[in-house]
Structure formats: C-alpha cells, structure tokens
Ligand binder design. Sequence first.
Ligand code: COA
Length: 147
Amino acid sequence: MSSVVQLTERINPDWLSQQESLATPHFWSSQQYGDSLAAGHWFYALHEAAETGIAIIMPVAGEAELLNIFIAKDKQSQGLGKALLQGTMHALRLRGISRLLLEVRESNQPAHKLYSSLGFTECGRRKRYYPAGQGEREDAILMEANL
Ligand SMILES: CC(C)(COP(=O)(O)OP(=O)(O)OC[C@H]1O[C@@H](n2cnc3c(N)ncnc32)[C@H](O)[C@@H]1OP(=O)(O)O)[C@@H](O)C(=O)NCCC(=O)NCCS
C-alpha cells in the first residue's frame, strides 16, 4: 500500500481550530493545537486533500494514542475520514508502532462506526468523563487496535 497520508509540520493552529469548530461542538482551541505541536505530536494529513482534516498522534513507548481527528464539515461522509485514519495506522506501523489507542464520546456514533470498521475494539470506559453541556457529563469509551 503506498502511503495516502503525510506527516506535516505546516500547521496553522488558528485555521485548524476554526475548521474543527465547524465540524464538531467539541473542538480544540488554537492554543491546544499550538501546545500539541510544541509537544512534538505527529500531525497526519491526506496527501491528496491536505486541507481536508487532520489526525494527531501522541507516541508513547512503542504505542500511540490518537489525540484528535476531524474532517472538515463539507467533506464528511465521502470516505476521507476512513482514508485518513487507515493511512495514519499504516504510517504508524511503518514507524514500529504496535498498538493505537483512543477515547471517544459514547454519543459519537459516526466516530464509533469509523473506528469499529478499522478494527478498533472497546477496552475500557471512563464514567462521566466528558462535559456534555447543561451540567451533564457523558462516558468516554476507550478503544484499541493492534497495528
Ligand atoms: C468522525 C469523522 C472523522 C468521520 O469522517 P468522515 O470522512 O465523515 O467518515 P467516512 O466518510 O470516511 O466514513 C467512515 C465510516 O464512518 C461512519 N460514518 C461516517 N459518517 C457517519 C454519520 N454521519 N453517521 C453514522 N456513521 C457515519 C460510517 O460507518 C463510515 O463507514 P461506511 O461508509 O463504510 O459505512 C468525522 O465525522 C468528523 O470529523 N467528526 C467530527 C470530529 C469527531 O467527532 N472526531 C472524532 C473524535 S473521537
């Protein structure tokens, strides 16, 4: 499989935050994007559609965590999220990463389906982990996939 993703350092935190805010109510601030970049996390984008979205990876001792992924609102449901995550998993495997972990809101069905379709399985749950508006909380589902 030739790589469909590229590791990119041409990151504009303001632009990413603004784009993500259109895609989900639970978006990172530009400060969070800047901090993630400064921390040396890996930012993957699609080769052919670099402006479409981003997957952010934190490597941890031979394993990795998916910290964030989004596809721009007007580009969703066209297979790009799947291509981005599948390509990122392939790129991580080539870098010697053996397992990818993530957490997702229980209510985020599109993301759940995406992760399940790429072989992620539930491995834990953090009760009432995320704020869900109006004083409510919702669980985080922890998922993992061997690469
Ligand atoms: C989750 C996200 C990245 C998926 O990207 P996408 O490009 O829209 O997804 P794809 O078109 O590649 O679809 C991949 C799979 O996701 C699922 N999916 C995508 N959109 C969906 C929707 N609106 N409802 C239900 N399932 C959906 C489907 O199972 C699909 O596979 P299929 O087409 O083979 O059935 C995108 O919806 C997004 O950016 N959401 C906002 C940010 C977010 O929630 N990120 C995840 C945080 S954990």
